[in-house]
Design a protein around this ligand. Structure first.
Ligand SMILES: [Zn+2]
Length: 338
């Protein structure tokens, strides 16, 4: 079995995107948003069948852990009520995709993390979504969109949310949204920087002493972290922190959204197999075909297939590790005899 831990609903029914524009315009005008449009199952089916489902089948995965389009989460837009309503509609759409294609998709929710607000609305939305069968969430370490004004992930500001994650036994992918900072390109600079920053925040703190079962996936191959693994091991030593394997690596996982073979080779060489989850982030950040290989950059299964590792290690990366990190997915699959 092959589980892609990182997929977003990036090609959406047009009425959904149009409503978001209307919601933003209404906020600007100081008016209530228009009612959310009726979207038929067929419209949802069309967007999925022409995009994610087609590619999942072509590339040979079985299942995608599916969340709302990351670049459009934009929790800084409007106010807390705007963020909350947008998150609910986006998550409801994911729930409908899962209901239409239950064998292929399982839901992960976005959160209404309006900057400056506490995490009460995010906790409510996480509970609501887990109640609908979702298995995790995307947690944004920088809801302001590229200025890093939020407290580090180890700050007590986040603790009420972690308490609920622990209670529900769901992990979070640490995932920023679009960049409002013209100095940072969203997917080329901001995403990778945020991944790296999140890891260093965790290194500097002692979060997993307080939450030993809390689990984070740092996407995009862990940002720059695996490439600079010696720097982080050395910094842990300098900062009088425990070695990384005990300090962070029972709780932190990296996906395989690294879009070339040498990058995946390095990831698998440096990071223990148990910490690597197969992911592609398709259809998403990089959509073209690599002229050097003739295959899509984000066809990451090919790179994992080509790794010189044991069959057991490959099976762990493709599915076993995801089932450990997402116990609610494991339970759902077991209930289906898988
Ligand atoms: Zn993503």
């Amino acid at each position: 079995m092959i589980i892609d831990c990182h997929g977003h609903y990036t090609v959406l029914p047009k009425a959904h995107d149009a409503w978001r524009e209307a919601q933003k315009a209404a906020f600007k005008a100081g008016e209530p948003p228009p009612p959310y449009p009726t979207i038929s199952d067929d419209e949802i089916r069309e967007t999925i069948e022409a995009n994610q489902l087609r590619l999942i089948k072509e590339r040979g995965a079985d299942m995608t852990i599916f969340s709302p389009r990351a670049s459009a989460m934009a929790p800084h837009v409007g106010d807390a009520a705007v963020a909350r309503e947008w998150a609910m509609h986006c998550n409801d759409l994911i729930a409908r995709v899962v209901a239409l294609f239950p064998e292929t998709f399982v839901g992960v929710c976005m959160l209404p993390q309006s900057p400056g607000s506490d995490l009460t609305a995010s906790i409510d939305e996480l509970r609501r979504c887990v109640g609908m069968g979702f298995i995790g969430c995307n947690l944004n370490p920088d809801p302001g969109g590229g200025h890093f004004k939020s407290p580090p992930l180890t700050d007590r500001y986040w603790y009420p949310f972690y308490e609920v994650m622990t209670e529900l036994d769901v992990p979070a992918m640490i995932h920023v949204s679009g960049s409002c900072n013209p100095a940072m390109h969203a997917t080329g600079a901001y995403y990778i920087a945020a991944d790296t920053i999140a890891f260093m925040q965790l290194l500097e703190g002692n979060l997993f002493a307080d939450f030993p079962t809390l689990r984070f996936i740092i996407p995009h191959g862990g940002g720059a972290v695996p490439y600079h693994w010696g720097r982080y091991r050395g910094l842990a030593d300098m900062l009088k922190k425990p070695a990384l394997d005990g300090h962070l690596m029972n709780n932190v996982f990296f996906d395989t959204c690294v879009y070339h073979q040498p990058g995946i080779n390095l990831l698998a060489d440096v990071i223990e197999t148990k910490n690597i989850l197969f992911g592609s982030e398709m259809v998403g950040a990089v959509r073209g075909i690599d002229p050097q290989t003739g295959f899509h950059f984000d066809d990451t299964k090919r790179y994992v297939d080509a790794l010189e590792i044991s069959d057991a290690a490959r099976a762990a990366i493709f599915a076993g590790n995801a089932r450990k990190v997402f116990p609610r997915l494991d339970a759902q699959l077991k209930a289906r005899g898988l």
